[in-house]
Design a protein. Structure first.
Length: 434
């Protein structure tokens, strides 16, 4: 369908049409704010998009990348971006426009037209809605994009009906769900295998416990991933949204932080994305074991892991606990399992009932099981459960020799050609996340 598709010219709304209506006597008396809500209509000739959902590691992102790279030549404007990055940019644009034209200005159609100008095909990875601010604007934003002829293709961990489940004011988000189901073909990539976890030779990037060898482990990787000869270790400072991010140790394209320096502080996804643009390897030392008392750390660290993975960067860690108990203590896991067996959700003595292959290798050592995790009260919502599973899956892949050697030009990996291909992918990611 896209091979024969001719995207229409984008018609930008006028500033005047998006300004609030003039006050009437009634609105003045009762304090009613009147804002023009531009009515949009999606042309019938716009091809339906795709919505691919499935468990972690089922190949969604790989298919998205293949689709994006093989789009026909008539699609001259295309964007592939992680959904989290996309929404962050949308909120920034909305904020800047409202500063310029006032809080009553209807900024969504204005921003949508700008996006449509750059993207006839818009590819989102990891479509999700966890924030009420996103929920309130997503329907009108998607509708406006489609009205300009934008074809959306997205991946997600869940069916549209399960998006923003139990979220604040979810009823206001239902029209967005209906729009996605109507305008995107929903496909379930049902797989019992996490392809990221197919055994690969380990690279040795993760080290635990925090013993004497942990420091030398980090130092050796810093020398390997950095560029001591041309860029001796030094501190660096980067600016994001007017704030400074301090990098304690940097060399070449490698940055070294302690856990407290990057996660223990009040950092955000915007900080991590800025770092990904400047570096392609990260060393994080002294990572503690986390439990329900340190859930803020867990959430920030998972966001950081996602940013590293999406940007194809390298990650070296020294941790107090093995990966399998990085985000949950053994006591919490044991308590959750016993509660599941007591409630009848888990059979007595059956540690592997309903265990997904996605997590089996990581869970076996602790007797964990997916049913227990999904039904436990250790998480505040489904999105957190998915984020936890996704982070462990991605850490497993990033710990492989294949991941670490990718893009380094090593002869058995294809030498110069392999390095150039990896740099091309990194460059595209950097452009998409700006």
């Amino acid at each position: 369908m896209l091979a024969e598709y001719k995207p229409p010219n984008v018609i930008h709304p006028s500033i005047r049409s998006l300004q609030p209506q003039k006050k009437t006597l009634m609105s003045s008396l009762f304090g009613i704010r009147q804002i023009n809500k531009t009515m949009v209509e999606i042309p019938s000739y716009v091809p339906k998009g795709l919505y691919m959902y499935g468990d972690v590691g089922s190949g969604k992102t790989m298919l998205m990348d293949l689709f994006f790279d093989t789009l026909p030549s008539n699609i001259t404007h295309k964007t592939r971006i992680h959904f989290h990055n996309f929404m962050q940019e949308v909120h920034r644009e909305l904020h800047q426009i409202k500063i310029r034209y006032g809080n009553d200005f209807d900024a969504i159609p204005f921003v949508a037209a700008q996006i449509a100008e750059k993207s006839s095909v818009l590819c989102f990875d990891e479509f999700q809605c966890t924030d009420v601010a996103d929920a309130m604007i997503l329907r009108r934003l998607c509708e406006s994009l489609m009205s300009h002829g934008v074809v959306m293709v997205t991946t997600s961990n869940r069916h549209p009906d399960d998006l923003y489940k139990n979220g604040i004011q979810r009823q206001s988000f239902i029209p967005c769900i209906n729009l996605l189901k109507e305008r995107l073909r929903v496909i379930n990539l049902d797989s019992t295998t996490d392809y990221r976890k197919i055994p690969r030779p380990p690279s040795g990037v993760y080290h635990h416990p925090l013993d004497k060898a942990a420091k030398s482990h980090a130092q050796k990787w810093f020398q390997f991933l950095g560029d001591f000869q041309n860029d001796p270790p030094h501190s660096a400072t980067h600016t994001v949204w007017g704030r400074e991010i301090h990098v304690p140790r940097a060399s070449g394209k490698c940055a070294w932080f302690s856990f407290q320096e990057i996660i223990g502080k009040a950092t955000s996804a915007a900080d991590y994305l800025e770092l990904m643009r400047s570096y392609n390897a990260f060393i994080i030392t002294d990572v503690p074991g986390m439990d329900h008392k340190s859930r803020d750390w867990s959430r920030r660290f998972i966001t950081f892991i996602d940013a590293v993975y999406e940007s194809r960067s390298k990650l070296v860690m020294t941790t107090a606990s093995p990966l399998t108990s990085l985000f949950l203590s053994r006591a919490e896991l044991s308590e959750a399992m016993q509660a599941g067996q007591k409630s009848g959700e888990l059979p007595e003595g059956d540690d592997h009932h309903d265990v997904s292959d996605v997590m089996r290798n990581l869970m076996d050592d602790l007797g964990m099981n997916m049913s227990m995790l999904k039904n436990s009260n250790l998480f505040t919502g489904d999105e957190e459960r998915f984020a936890f599973a996704r982070a462990l899956s991605r850490l497993s892949e990033m710990g492989s020799q294949e991941w670490v050697e990718r893009g380094m030009g090593l002869e058995h990996m294809g030498g110069k050609h392999e390095m150039e291909s990896w740099q091309k992918v990194r460059s595209r990611w950097r452009e998409d996340s700006l």
